[in-house]
Unconditional design. Structure first.
Length: 289
């Protein structure tokens, strides 16, 4: 009988031990909410609704070889009006299973992305596991915050520091980096991602830190960190979001950070007038047909 195994994404997503052909289970799975589809010999249930109240139910016996992708909501980008905020951390990413679940009702919660300067919220399956929301990027209101992946540091006249991610879910946000070539200011760091830490600034360009790299599971690209903002004078450029799902930082023209992509847990980009909102998380269940 398979056992429940939590597979973290630090440093890399471990391959599933589930074979392509598995013996049928006596139980059946039904769902309230979510989108169902079949692909490659698996039944999938995808949940993206952050309003709550959704669940799946197992009846008629155990269901074996179930796997679960749980992604928390991304952290919002930080805000500083002159220098630019740090990138928001991605929502935590966990792959759990293969597992056998007994008959019962299992509630599903999908985390929301954090608003500007706020962390994302957790995603979970009752009795199975939880992934934390991403930490907010650093800004005028507060320093970078911890989360599934940590927020990146803001830019400024003194050094600021990125926040830690959660072991097995994501990586830390980056510290700010002193630009000794030109401004002697410290340029902000990107938010952490599911596979790598947030990027530090490239002082030779100069460009603020990019968001950490996410990962792809079953075709879902998730967990990219938000990029740090450029400054109000256009002296340095904004950092890119991680893996195309984290938000890019704002700049002197587009002063607000860009949002992370919903359904991916991407972190929001840091900004000048406001940080980008983090992307909502996602929960996906699969089991053999």
């Amino acid at each position: 009988m398979p056992t429940r195994v939590g597979i973290g994404l630090s440093p890399a997503l471990a391959p599933s031990v589930l074979s392509a052909v598995s013996p049928p289970s006596p139980g059946t799975v039904s769902t309230s909410g979510g989108m169902t589809y079949t692909s490659g010999g698996y039944n999938y249930i995808e949940y993206t609704n952050t309003s709550g109240g959704e669940y799946f139910e197992i009846s008629g016996g155990d269901v074996s070889y179930m796997e679960f992708l749980i992604v928390g909501g991304g952290g919002g980008g930080g805000t500083t009006g002159l220098y630019g905020g740090g990138g928001g951390g991605a929502g935590g990413v966990r792959l759990i299973g293969p597992s056998t679940l007994s008959p019962g009702t299992y509630s599903v919660i999908v985390g929301s992305g954090g608003l500007s300067d706020a962390s994302g919220t957790d995603s979970s399956i009752d009795g199975v596991g939880l992934s934390e929301g991403g930490g907010a990027g650093g800004g005028d209101l507060a320093g970078a915050l911890t989360g599934g992946s940590g927020g990146g540091a803001s830019s400024g006249s003194s050094q600021a520091f990125g926040a830690a991610g959660t072991s097995g879910q994501g990586y830390a946000g980056a510290d700010s980096t002193e630009d000794t070539n030109l401004t002697f200011y410290f340029i902000g760091g990107g938010g952490g991602g599911a596979s790598t830490a947030g990027g530090i600034a490239d002082i030779n360009t100069p460009i603020a830190g990019a968001g950490g790299t996410g990962t792809t599971v079953w075709g879902y690209t998730v967990g990219g960190g938000g990029g740090a903002s450029g400054d109000s004078a256009g002296t340095w450029y904004p950092g890119a979001g991680g893996s195309g799902v984290g938000g890019t930082g704002g700049d002197a023209v587009s002063t607000g950070g860009y949002p992370g992509t919903d359904g991916t847990g991407g972190g929001g980009g840091g900004g000048l007038t406001s940080g980008g909102t983090g992307g909502a998380g996602i929960v996906v269940i699969r089991y053999p047909v």
